[in-house]
Design a protein around this ligand. Structure first.
Ligand code: GLN
Length: 262
């Protein structure tokens, strides 16, 4: 169960937005039905998503369909937040992103991304759509999950309870503590990863079985428990694909990684 969110009714999404100069965020629109079609379209040149409506002229040809059969289906929670940027990275890694708004969107997923955004709004959306139990079941079944920033918060003990951690919201202070850092992340090859922190949480308590992959000032900002990875920052804003690649690499993880309860 998601706990009640005091103050959620009065909190505006805009109020939690990062600096005014930051990129506009399609996901901040509260009503899915209000979204212009353009927001659902991939960028010119990108391959259309299986989960998105295609115009006749955009339908993939037979070759594309054969290729698509080998592409993992990766859900991106699209209630709120910067889900489009995650979808672009996933396409670049030859996965098929699918926007997730209702429980039926979770069917057949190979992996899932919970994007950044505003955790109070996201909690309300998850509750409203009845996504809490289906999301927990998906993770418990060993389906790899990547949570970024507010997505990390959603996974913690006080929210979905998927990760045995407690996240502290806005832990680095408010807007002034939005910052960038180059982080070495355990299990991510290729040198330090450029991480953008925007009103980021850190992990204040870590349970047994949770591996800390990176820390800032000794506060964990990247953790993994079984097939669930969570980071405090926004890899998608810099087009950094390595965490998404790590997620995709967990899809065929052995039972020992997925956990004994599956
Ligand atoms: N500060 C936001 C929250 O607590 C998270 C910010 C983000 O996802 N960039 O929900």
């Amino acid at each position: 169960m998601l706990p009640p969110n005091p103050g959620a009714g009065g909190r505006s999404v805009v109020g939690e937005r990062p600096n005014a100069g930051d990129r506009p965020n399609a996901g901040d629109r509260p009503n899915a039905g209000d979204r212009p079609d353009a927001g659902e379209r991939p960028n010119a040149g990108d391959r259309p998503d299986a989960g998105e409506r295609l115009n006749a002229g955009e339908r993939p040809n037979a070759d594309d369909c054969r290729h698509a059969a080998h592409r993992p289906n990766v859900g991106v929670l699209a209630l709120q937040g910067d889900f489009e940027a995650h979808a672009r990275i996933l396409r670049g890694l030859h996965a098929e992103p699918r926007e997730v708004r209702i429980p039926a969107d979770l069917t057949g997923l190979d992996a899932l991304v919970l994007p950044g955004g505003e955790s109070t709004v996201m909690s309300l959306g998850i509750e409203r759509e009845g996504l809490g139990d289906p999301l927990r079941e998906l993770a418990a079944a060993g389906t790899p999950v990547l949570g970024t920033c507010a997505g990390l918060i959603m996974l913690d003990r006080d929210h979905l309870g998927v990760l045995d951690v407690r996240a502290q919201r806005n832990a680095f202070g408010r807007q002034l503590r939005s910052f960038e850092a180059d982080l070495d992340i355990a299990g991510v090859p290729g040198g330090p990863l450029h991480a953008v922190f925007i009103r980021a949480p850190w992990v204040a308590e870590v349970g047994q079985g949770v591996e800390v992959l990176a820390a800032v000032d000794e506060h964990p900002v990247a953790v993994r428990e079984r097939t669930v990875i969570a980071v405090s920052f926004h890899p998608e804003l810099t087009g950094e694909p390595r965490l998404h690649a790590l997620l995709l690499g967990l899809i065929d993880a052995p039972a020992s990684v997925r956990g004994a309860d599956v």
